[in-house]
Design a protein around this ligand. Structure first.
Ligand code: HEM
Length: 478
């Protein structure tokens, strides 16, 4: 096995495992043990990869055997999240759901059909943020939730506190809690998943059963909405509507339903974190903000807002989005892969059943690939600056091999759009209290998806013209 901390008989390295922000500890271990580290958790091997080169060699080039997922006893089986693509084992059902994804959000054509909806949602976002900047986090949730509900179910959010959005977000919050490493003893001792809820110490099972019902609501309610719209002949185009046409057997219907909830589960929270990191970065790095605004003013002018179609003409704004993704990766450890056959790699023997984690956070701070990696510097990705652009973070941030994120193009498109329109419309800065700028917290939450902790932000329209137009209507493209 690859080297790693020594550990104890039977329990192995359980006591060495960090309880939060594991990516930082794994990066420190890398200083001692190198790019491939192994630990043993109660006899189960776990391998941590600290460099993108090694991840490419193993997870990409040998993806046939590195594309399984470990079983998550509580979150996956007891609560039921294993119906979602990210938790599926590699196989025909997984392949079919990926195919539906690629039809909906994976091709140039399919994405082109979504731009009008995204741009409309982005307009609404600007208007609501301008009216009440303190609701930024809520508006980011609404923008991403609305975009994905539209793509998946053809559902339009019409007002604040939308009931459907509440239902899906409730289940997603529960997912975050249930999937946190170490959340349940039963994840380590899966036999405990079989004890009844009344058994002493098994109170968690009652909660898990309630959460299972909430997950079912998340999958069923929006799906039934689209079916009802189809019966009434009023359904708009969406993943569900397109695929439910014609004669469908129950097995196929279950696949379509799970593909739809997988799209929501994969897309909503990730984009929320990315957009909030963008606002945080703009407060912390005003020079980058000004440079991006100057590019927008030069290329687009002030008579209209940027659109998705302007992407190619705005290389600095594009690079700024990539830097947001590199600077604070949303999924710092990705999702664990699972080795489905024995492998020998770089002289190490890795047995079937090894869980493999890519330390994406560390890879995106590799000083061999990124000059002064701690700095927020979009210029590192802008071509024609006298040096070759640095390593494209999208090769890492969206994961590896056959499991690579199937929503990456939609994610990039919506991040670009919201960054570009926000930069065109607003000046984003640290709030001033008693004459002093309030420094935002740079803390990020732990967990599969890492979010910036709550921060205050000053958001002001850049001109009276923008202000007038954003206040005038719900649809403010001009
Ligand atoms: C900036 C935003 C996003 C980031 C950084 C991101 C990152 C990732 C990463 C690291 C993985 C794990 C890949 C692996 O196992 O190696 C993943 C998987 C996945 N992502 Fe994303 N993602 C983002 C947005 C989205 C969006 C918008 C969607 C849906 C439209 C989505 C859907 C999924 C799904 C379904 C999987 C599981 C794929 C599988 O297991 O086969 N993601 N993502």
């Amino acid at each position: 096995m690859p080297p790693g901390p020594a550990g104890w008989p039977v329990i192995g390295n359980i006591l060495d495992m960090p309880s939060s922000h594991e990516w930082r500890t794994f990066a420190q271990w890398g200083e001692t043990w190198g790019d491939i580290i192994s630990v043993n958790l109660l006899g189960k091997p776990l391998v941590i990869l600290n460099s993108s080169h090694v991840a490419d060699e193993m997870l990409d080039k040998k993806s046939l055997i590195y594309s399984g997922r470990p079983v998550f006893p509580v979150c996956g089986e007891v609560i039921g999240w294993n119906r979602i693509l990210a938790f599926h084992q590699y196989g025909p059902r997984w392949r079919e759901i990926r195919r539906l994804f690629s039809q909906t959000v994976g091709s140039h054509n399919s994405l082109a059909q979504l731009t009008d909806d995204l741009e409309r949602e982005a307009d609404g976002f600007l208007g609501r943020v301008m009216a009440n900047p303190t609701t930024l986090t809520q508006q980011v949730h609404r923008f991403t939730g609305a975009s994905i509900l539209k793509v998946t179910y053809g559902y339009t959010i019409e007002k604040e506190n939308d009931e459907l959005l509440r239902i899906v977000d409730t289940a997603m919050e529960q997912f975050s809690l249930a999937s946190a490493p170490g959340a349940y003893l039963a994840d380590a001792f899966s036999i405990l998943t079989h004890v009844p809820p009344w058994f002493p110490g098994a109170g968690w099972k009652t909660t898990a059963q309630a959460w299972r019902k909430d997950l079912e609501k998340m999958c069923d309610i929006p799906y039934n909405f689209t079916k009802a719209q189809m019966r009434a002949g009023t359904a708009s185009s969406s993943l569900v509507a397109i695929n439910l046409e014609g004669d469908i057997d129950p097995q196929r219907e279950a696949i379509i339903k799970d593909a739809a909830s997988s799209l929501y589960a994969g897309g909503a929270d990730t984009s929320v974190s990315a957009i909030r990191s963008f606002f945080l970065a703009m407060m912390r790095f005003p020079e980058a903000q000004r440079k991006a605004q100057a590019e927008i003013d030069r290329v687009i002018g002030s008579d209209r807002l940027p659109t998705v179609a302007d992407r190619e003409q705005l290389p600095y704004v594009r690079a700024l989005c990539w830097e947001v993704l590199r600077w604070q990766p949303i999924a710092p450890l990705g999702i664990p892969h699972y080795l489905t056959q024995d492998d020998v790699h770089a002289g190490y023997f890795l047995p079937k059943g090894t869980v493999v984690i890519a330390n994406i956070w560390k890879m995106l701070r590799d000083p061999k690939r990124y000059a002064r990696p701690q700095d927020f510097n979009p210029d590192r990705f802008v071509p024609g600056q006298g040096a070759e652009p640095e390593y494209d973070p999208r090769q890492v941030v969206f994961g590896f091999g056959r499991r690579v994120c199937p929503g990456s193009q939609l994610a990039e498109m919506s991040l670009f759009l919201i960054c570009a329109v926000s930069l065109a419309a607003f000046d984003i800065s640290k709030p001033i209290v008693d004459g002093k700028a309030v420094e935002p917290s740079m803390e990020y939450t732990t967990g599969t998806i890492s979010h910036p902790c709550e921060f205050q932000c000053s958001i002001k329209p850049r001109s009276a013209k923008v202000q007038a137009l954003l206040s005038s209507s719900g649809d403010v493209r001009y």
